[in-house]
Design a protein around this ligand. Structure first.
Ligand SMILES: [Mn+2]
Length: 448
């Protein structure tokens, strides 16, 4: 058993130090090929080692269950090849009268609207079609990049949509009445967190897939922190997939999530990312965990220089987020802006940074950008001009049926060569009596 490489704490920060070591040792076991393989570091990082969350029995049990389930899922052959073989054997039930999928060319406006109407009636798309669409979306995403560059020519617009989180009835209202369905004249960028929490994550995701298949160059995706295995096994998506289809299907969804772009630059002016921007360099975890948060902010900077868009573009995105193996992915999927200058700690999970207005400004200036547009945080108005160089847009109204927030989308228009976001707000909609979190571990509809 390798010894933890961390030095003892220099001051009294014992609980945080312990958390750091637990996660670091898990990663060390991972790198040496010992212990329980691929999910353990991430699962412990998320739920098993957080000093504020504690190591609750249910969370630990859920993490272990997720680990075992996912291990089993990954133990077999190539998930894509398996899914392709499975599709051949699946049949569509005789009484089915909804949209029929026969390749990307079969998706038109009537298909998308018919799919959404069917989902609102709480009917299912046949599993055969769900697999086929997911495989075809994966093919498209494999041809995309870590950093997508989307032109927004003078006189045109693109709408950026924040977190959705499986809130199908709010999502349908947004599509029908707020942002409109996608087309070459109405491009849409969905900025992550499509699934988890809300109990219609499957339906939201398949609708997004249908729109992507119909308009692959007018519908864009960025990955959110909830497009990952460690959150899907904690916050309901995997349970929902197991109940509505089969757990095996998670393997293919996870493969799609790993191929999602991480960020999108609009017309070389606006950097759109789910959560945050590159963290400090060097990352200085040792000093971090031995200091109080306010002190830590002062010692973290980018001595190594600003990260360039070319460096981001060259980063391998096809990973599960892990602070040791893919730190930039963690920054993009988990970070948050903060009020004071400098980097600081995140209250969400260990080994995630927050960034001050000076950090955002330096990143923008180094890359010739005007603004960072991100999501990831609930805002009461649905949007917020969080910092001079960083705005937030969040598109899940009354988040988790409790937050009471409005939602918004960002309509980014190019006028005379200058991009500017305008925010369109909307309210939450009535929905059937299925609560947020229904399919999460211990939720009322969780698989037995
Ligand atoms: Mn998020």
């Amino acid at each position: 058993m390798p010894r933890c490489r961390h030095a003892p704490p220099r001051r009294s920060a014992a609980p945080i130090r312990l958390a750091c070591c637990a996660a670091a040792c898990a990663a060390l076991h991972w790198s040496l090929g010992q212990g329980p393989a691929w999910l353990a570091p991430a699962a412990r990082w998320l739920v098993g080692s957080h000093p504020q969350r504690g190591v609750g029995t249910s969370a630990a049990a859920a993490a272990e269950r997720g680990r075992l389930v996912a291990l089993a899922a990954r133990g077999g052959a190539d998930p894509v090849a398996e899914a392709r073989a499975k599709v051949q054997a699946l049949t569509v039930e005789a009484g089915y009268s909804g949209p029929a999928y026969n390749g990307p060319a079969s998706v038109n406006d009537a298909f998308v609207k018919g799919l959404l109407a069917m989902f609102k009636e709480q009917k299912k798309l046949p599993m055969k079609y769900a697999y086929m669409m997911t495989l075809d979306v994966l093919d498209i995403l494999k041809g995309e990049k870590t950093l997508q560059r989307v032109p927004v020519p003078d006189g045109s617009k693109i709408t950026v949509i924040g977190d959705i989180h499986g809130q199908l009835f709010d999502f349908a209202h947004m599509m029908e009445n707020v942002c409109g369905f996608p087309s070459p004249q109405n491009p849409l960028l969905f900025n992550g967190d499509f699934v988890d929490r809300g109990p219609w994550s499957v339906e939201v995701l398949l609708t997004l897939f249908a729109m992507k298949l119909q308009h692959p160059t007018s519908v864009h995706f960025n990955r959110g922190n909830h497009e990952s295995e460690m959150t899907n096994y904690q916050y309901g998506f995997s349970g929902e997939v197991q109940v509505k289809y089969e757990l095996k299907m998670m393997e293919l969804f996870s493969e799609v999530f790993r191929h999602l772009p991480l960020a999108t630059v609009l017309e070389n002016q606006i950097f759109v990312v789910h959560a945050g921007i590159p963290g400090p360099d060097p990352r200085q975890w040792e000093d971090w965990f031995s200091k109080a948060p306010d002190e830590a902010a002062g010692i973290l900077s980018r001595e190594g220089g600003q990260m360039t868009l070319a460096q981001i573009e060259a980063t391998d995105r096809v990973v599960e987020p892990n602070p040791f193996e893919s730190p930039l992915v963690i920054d993009f999927l988990w970070g948050d802006p903060k009020g004071a200058n400098g980097y600081g700690p995140s209250g969400r999970v260990p080994m995630v940074y927050t960034f001050g207005p000076d950090i955002a400004q330096k990143f923008c200036e180094a890359n010739g950008l005007k603004l960072i547009l991100r999501s990831h945080e609930t805002k009461s108005a649905g949007f917020q001009e969080t910092q001079p160089f960083c705005h937030t847009v969040f598109s899940a109204p009354n988040y988790i049926d409790k937050a009471g927030n409005k939602a918004a989308v960002a309509v980014v228009t190019n006028t005379g060569g200058v991009l500017k976001p305008d925010y369109k707000q909307f309210d939450h909609q009535p929905h059937p009596d299925v609560p947020s979190g229904a399919y999460a571990p211990n939720g009322p509809l969780a698989p037995k």
